[in-house]
Ligand binder design. Structure first.
Ligand SMILES: Cc1ncc(C[n+]2csc(CCOP(=O)(O)OP(=O)(O)O)c2C)c(N)n1
Length: 468
């Protein structure tokens, strides 16, 4: 990253923003609790100003402002480690770890901050990402290595609700208790993937967050903290709490069945409540999952009203949220040409079905979803499953079209070879975003597809030149 000392210093002291004085967790922790709402507002203003100009993942970041402040109040990076899933929601973390000023204002541009966490950019970025579902696994590896080394740092995985539609997250969850006793998992539940989150786990989380019993537990935790004088040894609180609520935990949430202690749901915009739960989690002697409820797009009305559009947006008017499109008009996007063509084919041939891994609008399958919903399937962020699901359908005479970005199809390489090609099943892959993805960067480049597909038997590889 750029040397933070070279970033512009605050201007005159009286008008200086709190944000301009923040270079890392020490500065966040030096603020009084009363100053934190102002810091949150300044961060939101900066996020909106920069993404309105450069584009970027504005909705996810507006939703995690208070959560990220609370994390930096309770933990001390780079000694402690945060692993953000996808890492598209890491802008606030960047701002709180010295990546402000011109460096942040060039977000997603040459010479500026990456749109994701990126190890070479900062010692506060302990793990890079861009693809979904990697945080829990990587954090578990870090925590296990820490245990082997016998060092005291905390490892915190910050996962969106859609990360729990990923197989890797569930594979990691299956291994948590056999690997470590100390891991903190934040479930940032805003009910949205890029589109509305899908599947049984999303329904389960919804029931969990509205379950009055769990809300009662949350109030119990609050009450415990209120009843103890400041400075009390947290472990004592934990032990008492554990004793008094032990029965309650037996056979309770899904996460407890995997051996994690469940805390929540916590209001993800209440810094005080977040800090209490995180402090509590820090002192637990079992892995903990803190279920945090956040509002995607909080602070920008258009982003709240249109969460899918503002998940990752191009430049927009910061007041109205209107997209700033070229006055010359824009040519039809590849995905819309593809999506409309697929609707025509699918209407004529009911054997044709479209499958997406949580990206109906990005792939253009939203056209199929709107017009022929029975021939449309969104399986969540589950590319391996999407391909195997298609292979199964193809054995029954269907003609599945799997629409996945080039970079994300990498994840399903074994299924392409083992389940589709070797069985010579009629599955069509339509891979959007081939080539460079300059603003998102290396994790999103579609650079390997021709190479990785040309060597697969029984496969025809074609590359469209244009919409015709
Ligand atoms: C393997 C993979 N598939 C698809 C994507 C595209 N993608 C980026 S973010 C996202 C949704 C993430 O939702 P969630 O984890 O709940 O976080 P939120 O944005 O709601 O905070 C998706 C599908 C991806 N990054 N990686």
């Amino acid at each position: 990253m750029s040397d933070s000392s070279s970033l512009p210093l605050p201007s005159t002291a009286p008008q200086a923003r709190l944000l301009d004085g923040i270079r890392g967790p020490d500065d966040v922790q030096a603020l009084s609790a009363a100053q934190l709402p102002q810091l949150a507002q300044e961060i939101r203003d900066e996020l909106i100003a920069v993404t309105a100009k450069n584009g970027g993942h504005i909705g996810p970041n507006l939703g995690v402002v208070e959560l990220t402040i609370a994390l930096h109040r309770c933990f001390h990076t780079p000694d402690d480690q945060f692993v953000f899933d996808v890492a598209h929601q890491g802008y606030v973390h960047k701002l709180l770890t010295g990546r402000t000023g011109d460096f942040f204002r060039k977000l997603r541009q040459s010479g500026g901050a990456s749109g994701f966490l990126y190890r070479p950019e900062s010692q506060h970025d302990s793990f890079g990402a861009g693809h979904a579902g990697t945080a829990l696994s990587a954090a578990l590896g870090m925590a296990t290595a820490r245990d082997l080394r016998g060092t005291p740092e905390h490892v915190v995985a910050i996962c969106g609700d859609a990360a729990f539609t990923c197989g890797i997250t569930l594979e990691a969850l299956n291994n948590v208790v056999s690997s470590t006793k100390r891991l903190i998992v934040i479930l940032n539940d805003n009910e949205w993937s890029i589109a509305k989150n899908v599947g049984a786990i999303s329904g389960y989380l919804n029931r969990l967050s509205t379950n009055p019993t769990y809300n009662k537990l949350h109030h119990d935790v609050e009450a415990f903290f209120r009843s103890f004088p400041a400075g009390v040894e947290m472990n004592r609180v934990y032990m008492k709490w554990k004793r008094e609520t032990k029965d309650f935990f037996v056979e309770s949430s899904l996460f407890e069945k995997f051996g994690l202690r469940y805390l929540g749901p916590v209001d993800g915009h209440n810094i005080d409540a977040l800090v209490k739960n995180l402090e509590f989690a820090k002192h637990c002697d079992v892995p903990v999952l803190v279920h945090v409820l956040t509002k995607k797009g909080k602070g920008l009305e258009a982003a709240i009203n249109f969460p899918e559009k503002f998940h990752g947006a191009g430049p927009f008017d910061p007041v109205t949220g209107e997209s700033l499109k070229s006055s010359l008009g824009t040519p039809a996007a590849y995905q819309d040409v593809f999506g409309r063509a697929l609707v025509r084919f699918a209407r004529a041939d009911p054997r044709i079905v479209g499958i997406t891994g949580a990206m109906p609008s990005g792939t253009g399958l939203s056209h199929l979803a709107a017009e022929l919903p029975k021939q449309f399937f969104d399986v969540g962020i589950a590319e391996e499953h999407a391909v195997l699901f298609a292979a199964g359908m193809a054995t029954k005479g269907l003609r599945p079209v799997v629409a996945i970005y080039s970079t994300f199809l990498q994840r399903a390489y074994d299924q392409i070879i083992h389940d589709v090609a070797l069985q010579n099943l009629p599955v069509t892959f339509c891979m959007d975003r081939a080539g460079l993805s300059p603003n998102d960067g290396p994790t999103h480049h579609g650079l390997f597809d021709l190479s990785y597909l040309r060597c697969v038997p029984n496969t025809v590889v074609m590359q469209p030149k244009d919409e015709d």
